[in-house]
Design a protein around this ligand. Structure first.
Ligand SMILES: NC(=O)c1ccc[n+]([C@@H]2O[C@H](COP(=O)([O-])OP(=O)(O)OC[C@H]3O[C@@H](n4cnc5c(N)ncnc54)[C@H](O)[C@@H]3O)[C@@H](O)[C@H]2O)c1
Ligand SMILES: [Zn+2]
Length: 348
């Protein structure tokens, strides 16, 4: 299966996302594979078996979001210089979204930009992070605040890598799949209600649909000036939840699942969504063991946290709300009191 991504921007090329077993890759240049010890230990053999290049280097950085920083980036760049990679060399991101974002950024800035390939190994990175060209790292001011738009030349998605993925990480990826369906594609949502994503064939279809959706969005709005923001459905709330729990209690996708349920409550109160539609979304999330509630300690404190989000510019909070299933509304004009009322429902 294959999804082609093109851009409306003049002069911007495109690339393909392949959803299949990892293909043979052959390059007449130097290649560096960027990965972490966990992913490398489990799966690097498969990559090396399929990869031919002039020279191959494996660069390993520590595992974890806390290592998506300048130090790791610098470590990667130093190794690229040590091994004398040049402007024709290619980087391969082999891991989850952390590795993908950091490798993409290294590729964006090494000698003003070289090509890179994504081989995402988590479900979240297969359906979301590896597509769209956002790359970057975190710093003490927040997540992904430093980065660049840099599109990969290809994305290879092989679901067999997911066999070793912890169950929670798998479910976290499902949340992002549900996100795409609810906001953009009713048929896809209804298909998800019938499908079983623990089955590889169904899973591949879901990945393809998600990638297609994200690709369609990104191709219209590469730099998030408009429609790309819809991919943040559930995220306005999720970022607060992650922040309030110090990024320790919930995986990102788990927080997104709760965030979508909160956004749905808001949509419900504004008459955009019906009770039974909200229920169906919640049921789908629960089916994959995603939590759909969060005890808010203090609704006002929660509300204030919205403003920490870099996307809430000008003291306006941007909510992405489902309009029925398969459509959306972007709203930045919702009364504080209306939002607080919803947040209070989650207090306890
Ligand atoms: N660029 C984008 O558009 C975009 C979109 C969404 C998320 N992101 C970024 O992605 C990151 C989150 O990505 P993630 O959820 O993949 O997290 P992650 O990269 O931290 O991976 C999660 C964990 O799973 C492990 N792992 C990876 N593949 C595995 C496998 N096959 N088997 C067993 N373990 C495996 C990793 O080592 C890690 O411990 C965040 O930094 C986020 O900002 C970027
Ligand atoms: Zn997300």
């Amino acid at each position: 299966m294959k999804v082609d991504i093109t851009f409306s921007r003049k002069g911007a090329g495109g690339y393909s996302v392949f959803i299949d077993s990892l293909p043979k890759m052959e390059f007449n240049t130097k290649v560096a594979v960027i990965t972490n010890p966990k992913v490398s230990g489990l799966h690097i053999r498969k990559v090396l078996k399929n990869l031919k290049a002039k020279e191959i280097y494996i660069i390993t950085v520590p595992d974890g979001e806390e290592y998506k920083n300048f130090e790791s980036l610098n470590f990667i760049l130093d190794r690229l210089f040590d091994h004398k990679l040049d402007r024709k060399s290619i980087l391969i991101a082999f891991g989850g979204g952390v590795i993908g974002d950091m490798t993409g950024f290294a590729a964006a800035i090494f000698q003003r930009g070289i090509d890179f390939i994504q081989i995402p190994t988590t479900l979240l990175s297969q359906v979301d992070a590896s597509v769209g060209g956002k790359t970057g790292i975190n710093n003490k001011y927040g997540k992904n605040l430093i980065g660049a738009f840099h599109q990969p030349i290809a994305v290879y998605i092989d679901v067999s890598f997911l066999k070793t993925l912890p169950k929670r990480e798998f479910s976290a990826g499902i949340a992002e799949i549900v996100k795409m369906a609810v906001t953009f594609d009713k048929d896809f949502f209804e298909w998800l209600e019938r499908a079983n994503l623990y089955n590889d064939e169904d899973l591949k279809v879901a990945i393809k649909k998600s990638v297609e959706t994200k690709a369609w969005v990104v191709s219209q709005d590469e730099k998030e000036k408009g429609i790309r923001a819809v991919l943040n459905y559930g995220h306005t709330f999720a970022h607060v939840i992650e922040n309030l729990t110090n990024y320790k209690t919930y995986l990102h996708g788990e927080a997104v699942a709760i965030g979508m349920v909160m956004a749905n409550r808001l949509a419900l109160s504004l008459g955009l969504l019906k009770e039974d539609e909200a229920k169906r979304i919640e049921e789908l999330l629960k089916r994959y063991d995603l939590k759909t509630t969060f005890k808010i300690k203090d609704a006002e404190e929660f509300y204030e946290h919205f403003f920490l989000d870099k996307k809430s510019a000008d003291k306006k909070i941007k909510f992405i709300l489902p309009k029925g299933i398969g459509s959306y509304e972007m709203r930045d004009d919702i009364d504080r009191e209306i939002v607080l009322q919803i947040l209070r429902e989650f207090e306890g």
